[in-house]
Design a protein around this ligand. Structure first.
Ligand code: ZN
Length: 118
């Protein structure tokens, strides 16, 4: 349950960012997820929605943004995007690559709005 523990951390980050404000609620959370993390975005959203019940994030929409895996070749310095975990340079087929992106896992933005007092 990789996704469930990640959803839990996102929830913790969002709830603590809100502090003890009772006059606002989280409406949207944007997260960047590198493809190397092998996370299923839809499943992550499902886990998040289930865990968020009863918290300030209850009606928040989790929006995962997948970050492609990009690499720089150490032989020819070419930059390639890696598809399906085939770690090979597009230009010279070398496999000695420096990973530039794809390992991200972070909360990028938390959108909140005031709740109306009745
Ligand atoms: Zn190369």
């Amino acid at each position: 349950m990789h996704e469930a523990s990640i959803a839990m951390s996102i929830l913790r980050i969002a709830n603590s960012a809100m502090g003890d404000r009772k006059d606002a609620k989280v409406v949207r959370i944007e997260v960047a997820i590198g493809k190397l993390k092998a996370i299923e975005p839809e499943f992550l959203v499902q886990c998040f929605t289930a865990l968020a019940k009863g918290t300030l994030c209850e009606s928040a929409k989790l929006q995962p943004r997948e970050v492609p895996v990009t690499v720089r070749c150490r032989s020819c310095s070419g930059m390639s995007e890696i598809q399906r975990f085939h770690f090979k340079c597009d230009f010279c087929s070398a496999s000695d690559l420096e990973i530039l992106s794809g390992r991200e896992l972070k909360v990028e933005k938390i959108h909140a709005k005031p709740t109306l007092h009745k």
